[in-house]
Design a protein around this ligand. Structure first.
Ligand code: FMN
Length: 191
């Protein structure tokens, strides 16, 4: 399954097809290496220590062709991460990106020159919200919400909602109702 998740990242689009993304992956099969990655987690994300897989993402900051700093490399990495998210959730896995980690220490100790960290990603198995007491879930762990479409999509001028955006928004997809499985790893189980 992990292979499929990284294949999805590999096939993401990127500016000039420069593919600036790189990944450091640790699984439970390599407990020492996994613990090293866990040690970068912000204490508020301590619950992610229960994840059987952690991934540190990184991107090359400069174009290998022009040597200029890329304006979109981080964005390309984001596209690759979203591909991973979609593949992982399609496979029934839980996938949670984390910005809360020791960014500078990770860069200094794990990455070569010319690369910057993106996120840490916890990958695991989803379970019912009731079962998350075994972990230390982040706040707002049970409800999912998004800004209304009318606050995001405009026409004519900034702030004027496009006509289709003013209709009632779809509720959050919910795996229990058979919709797309976009549950986050906060619903992550030990096993
Ligand atoms: C780049 C990025 C960084 C994030 N960092 C954290 C984090 O440090 N800790 C955390 O608990 N969640 C983090 N999240 C998860 C968001 O909080 C989550 O996607 C958002 O609350 C929506 O949750 P939902 O999709 O379950 O509704 C991050 C998400 C992204 C995309």
């Amino acid at each position: 399954m992990l292979r499929a998740v990284f294949e999805a990242a590999r096939w993401a689009p990127s500016s000039f097809n420069e593919q600036p993304w790189r990944f450091l992956v640790a699984t439970r099969d390599e407990p020492e290496w996994l613990r090293r990655l866990q040690d970068y987690l912000d204490p508020r994300n301590g619950w992610a220590r229960t994840a059987p897989v952690l991934v540190a993402t990184a991107y090359r900051t400069h174009s290998p062709k022009t040597n200029e700093r890329s304006r979109v490399a981080q964005r390309d990495l984001g596209a690759a991460e979203q591909n991973m998210f979609l593949q992982a959730t399609a496979l029934g896995l839980a996938f949670h990106q984390l910005a809360g980690f020791e960014h500078e220490r990770l860069q200094r100790t794990l990455l070569p020159r010319g690369f910057e960290p993106g996120t840490l990603i916890a990958i695991g198995y989803p379970c019912d919200a009731d079962a998350i007491s075994v972990t230390h879930p982040p706040p707002n762990a049970t409800s999912r919400s998004r800004l209304p479409l009318a606050d995001l999509v405009f026409r004519d001028e900034w702030g004027v909602a496009a006509s289709f955006a003013s209709t009632i928004d779809q509720p959050a997809p919910d795996s229990r109702s058979g919709g797309a499985r976009v549950t986050q790893a906060r619903h992550l189980c030990h096993e």
